[in-house]
Design a protein. Structure first.
Length: 256
């Protein structure tokens, strides 16, 4: 089925019923390709979501997040203590982590698809799609593997993508750099250790906050890694495909 990743109407043309026109046109084009189903997400509630997921946020640059009012301190916590609590290591703590390369596509393809098939609703990636979505691209997507130095087998994989936001009317900060958890597979280490290293890499790359949905196995590590529940939700929808509503932990679709 088709993924609808992004639909946007210029601000001055909103509320003029242009979105339904765009939706009708993309539907026509998809039908011309003999594809009759689609998946999409939205923050708004439409009839009828297959899953309702919650965003969680892990502070990295605490001072900046407070400055731009992205987050607030607990009244019992001062800024110095908060910086200590959210402090991350300066380098990764798992041996043999490295950036993903094109030569890793076959192994990542097997590792990721083998992991995703345990979920009720999941994508099945082709090798071409693995290459397209996960080969690192600066300011877009960041992917890392853990490689056994003796067998050269890739045992673990994590990835996140960049989605910065403009900061309006602030004298110092103009952009909030947010990393979003993409897909992660842990076999030789715990998922908590793997995501902790993802946080470290996000910090090294200059991100201010690390965002994560409570899908797949993510919910098992959120509290331990100091993720806080956000006020944003994301609803998943299918077009022209019947599916009972499912829990976020049974869903493994991430639309970049």
């Amino acid at each position: 089925m088709v993924e609808i990743n992004f639909l946007c109407v210029n601000a001055k043309y909103r509320t003029k019923r242009l979105a339904p026109v765009l939706i009708k046109e993309i539907t026509r084009r998809v039908h011309c390709q003999n594809i009759w189903q689609a998946v999409y997400t939205a923050g708004v509630l439409l009839p009828k979501p297959i899953a309702k997921c919650t965003y969680y946020h892990r502070n990295i640059n605490v001072q900046k997040l407070l400055d731009v009012k992205f987050t607030y301190l607990n009244p019992k916590l001062n800024i110095s203590r908060a910086k200590i609590i959210y402090k991350l290591a300066k380098k990764t703590t798992i041996d043999y982590i490295r950036e993903m390369k094109k030569s890793d596509v076959d192994q990542v393809h097997y590792l990721l698809n083998n992991y995703l098939k345990k979920f009720q609703i999941h994508a099945i990636f082709s090798k071409e799609e693995i290459k397209h979505w996960f080969i690192p691209l600066e300011n877009v997507v960041y992917s890392y593997v853990v490689e056994n130095p003796e067998t050269l087998e890739i045992t673990d994989f994590f990835s996140f993508y960049s989605l910065p936001s403009s900061v309006l009317q602030h004298s110092t900060h103009h952009t909030l750099y947010a990393a979003y958890s993409f897909f992660n597979v842990a076999t030789s280490v715990s998922l908590k250790d793997l995501i902790r290293n993802a946080l470290i890499m996000a910090k090294i790359k200059g991100f201010d906050v690390y965002n994560c949905l409570n899908i797949m196995d993510n919910e098992t590590i959120l509290n331990d890694l100091l993720f806080g529940m956000g006020d944003g939700t994301l609803k998943y929808y299918f077009y022209n495909f019947q599916c009972p509503q499912t829990q976020p932990k049974d869903l493994s679709l991430v639309l970049m």
